[in-house]
Design a protein around this ligand. Structure first.
Ligand code: SF4
Ligand code: SF4
Ligand code: FES
Length: 319
């Protein structure tokens, strides 16, 4: 294959013919500076007009052209092919965590539904003013990153927590929640924080960081999730498993210098939460059968005083 030729290995799926997705290879003469989107157009024009994909603006604004390249979500119109060639090949597939409708087109409806759950609109106090509701530059600064989201669903596609639990609200929705929680013109901050602290909300994120790595804008959902958690704790929204888990982790590691996992599990569900405690029993049983149960009396660790000192320093900084 000449140097300017690239193999596009594209995942195809026709619901009328195929039982499951398969791959099709297209050899393409690469135009200088070509983006993934432009090259897919070239394939459609020169080799197969039936290839289905979603796009609109071509300028990284509308968010409709997200797809997986070499296994990770990107914006096709923003990414040059030259950045993606591995051993002469570019692997193209639809974004993940959503049902494939045809080729590279997915059913985006669950993404919109998750967004609706965080009430993605301003809930201000009082009647509308005669003129616009104003903000200072500093007030806008706190929501500036989260306003840049273009709803491309690249983060939703690659979120590991969503893959395991589709009821998790997901990174884009949490970033959208951030945009209103920290908006100086919104009057529903406490209601929003209370709702988002429940199961399937802000504490269900497992910190893998994929969302921020994949995000093509400055939204960077994981950073916004951390800001929401800090605000929820500061405003006293502790009556939920996620907050109790975070507090318990600090108490165990910070005060004792090691993680007491059995105690932390009880602390997270709540010591007096009988249904919650009962719900832990099958997990505990499975762990016991597989020999994964943490020891009832946790081991002490070397240099435990060093760990305690780090936490004491955190505590000083926090104050
Ligand atoms: S950091 Fe959290 S929200 Fe982001 S991809 Fe990972 S689990 Fe999902
Ligand atoms: S947060 Fe980033 S990756 Fe997620 S939908 Fe918004 S712009 Fe796309
Ligand atoms: S086509 Fe609009 S963001 Fe790529």
């Amino acid at each position: 294959m000449a140097n300017n030729k690239v193999l596009f290995r594209i995942q195809r799926f026709d619901p009328e013919k195929d039982e499951k997705p398969h791959h099709q290879d297209f050899e393409i003469e690469l135009a200088p500076g070509a983006t993934i989107l432009k090259t897919l157009h070239q394939i459609r024009a020169e080799q197969d007009p039936t290839l289905a994909l979603r796009y609109s603006c071509g300028s990284a604004i509308c968010g409709s052209c997200a797809m997986k390249i070499n296994g990770h979500a990107i914006l096709a119109c923003k990414t040059q092919v030259s950045e993606c060639v591995r051993d002469g090949t570019v692997r193209v597939a639809p974004i993940g965590n959503l049902k494939i409708l045809r080729d590279l087109v997915v059913d985006i409806e669950p993404f919109w539904e998750s967004l609706g759950k965080v009430k993605p609109y301003l809930m201000p106090k009082g009647a509308a003013p005669d003129r616009e509701r104003t903000q200072t530059p500093a007030q806008f600064g706190s929501i500036d990153p989260s306003t840049t989201c273009i709803l491309c669903a690249a983060c939703y596609s690659d979120c590991n927590a969503l893959e395991v639990d589709p009821s998790f609200v997901g990174p884009a929705s949490l970033a959208k929640a951030h945009r209103f929680i920290f908006d100086s013109r919104d009057a529903a901050r406490q209601q929003r924080l209370r709702e988002i602290s429940q199961r399937t909300g802000v504490w269900d994120c497992t910190h893998c960081g994929e969302c921020s790595t994949r995000c093509p804008t400055e939204t960077k959902p994981l950073e916004r999730i951390e800001e929401i958690r800090v605000q929820a704790m500061a405003d006293g929204h502790h009556g939920n498993a996620g907050a109790r888990h975070a507090l318990g982790f600090r108490e165990s590691v910070g005060k004792r210098g090691f993680l007491d996992e059995n105690w932390l599990a009880l602390r997270s569900v709540g010591f007096f939460n009988l249904p919650g405690l009962i719900s832990l029993m099958p997990v505990g049983l499975r762990m016991m059968i597989r020999g994964k149960m943490p020891p009832l009396i946790p081991h002490t660790i070397d240099k435990v005083d060093e760990v305690k000192k780090i936490f004491a320093r955190f505590e000083e900084l926090r104050k």
